[in-house]
Design a protein around this ligand. Sequence first.
Ligand SMILES: [Zn+2]
Ligand SMILES: [Zn+2]
Length: 346
Amino acid sequence: MKKAKAAYLLGKRKFVIDEFEIPEYGDDEVLIQIKAIGICGSDVHYFLDGRIGDQIVPEKFIIGHEATGQVVATGKNVNSVKEGDRVVIEPAIPCGKCELCITGRPNLCPYVKFLGTPPILGAFRQFIVMPEKNVVKLPETMSFAEGTLAEPLAIALYGIFLSDFRPGDSVAILGAGPIGLSVLFCCKYGGAGQIFVTELIEERAEMAKKLGADYVLLADRVNIEKEILHLTGERGVDISFECAGEQETIDQMINIAAPGGKSVIFGIPAEDRIFFDPHVVRRKQLPIISVRRSAFTTEKALLMMNKSSLKLNSIITHKFPLENIQDALEMVASKRNGVIKAIIEP
Ligand SMILES: [Zn+2]
Ligand SMILES: [Zn+2]
């Protein structure tokens, strides 16, 4: 059996590079050499805390789920891809049989296997076997690194669908990390009216401007709520998107939404409890929409990235080899060095 390298997370904040056996592939599966993996906010939570809520990483575990690669071999029933094809890996393997899968919400499947979420080993490694259904061809014009953005962009797009966003809507995006910037990209592409983005870090605020935000507000310099209400004639925005996972941004999300508007939470709070003012929510009759990963939006996300004149791949600021994954995660966790999206190239 041939061996390859993987980065194992040992509990909290410690990676080791170790060998693993390249797995056998079945008749409906594809063996892929991984070329690039994006570091996601959820990976950072596993790295720092060893858990997200009750999902706890085992003692020696591989995280990572935003991956692209090249097909090395295919099972005998596989016909959508062949050896040498460049592909994006769709990290969710839903059961396909339960009520939620049948009714078109496989992202909520209770039996879903998701790469890098315990107990399913993730993508920070050199080779992986995936079902044929879980690979999507990468457009020729896109690099492996750029292709990794399809996963977070698919989540942004799915949240946009859930919000019933319409062209002309005014939106506020609270937090300009990779998800916030992906939401911005979708809003811009989809023809939003006024777009407000708030952020603490200057490089990210700059990126939001570059990707077409009308107003970018630095959260430590202005009163976000006052400013956005002022700029919308005290009305508020049609949709507020929370993309930071902080109590402060959740409060802002509610206070800057227009009466009859909507709020969407993308952020993953580190805490197990967050709070909001029920009276404001009730008076505005404000739906608060949660987004769980994505469903049926990966190919659309790829198409959008490929067609748009705005280049989402400018959010990729750093690339690291697998051996330097510890440094990469430390940098992303501390948001140092102007990092927005960091990529591992194994
Ligand atoms: Zn992700
Ligand atoms: Zn299911």
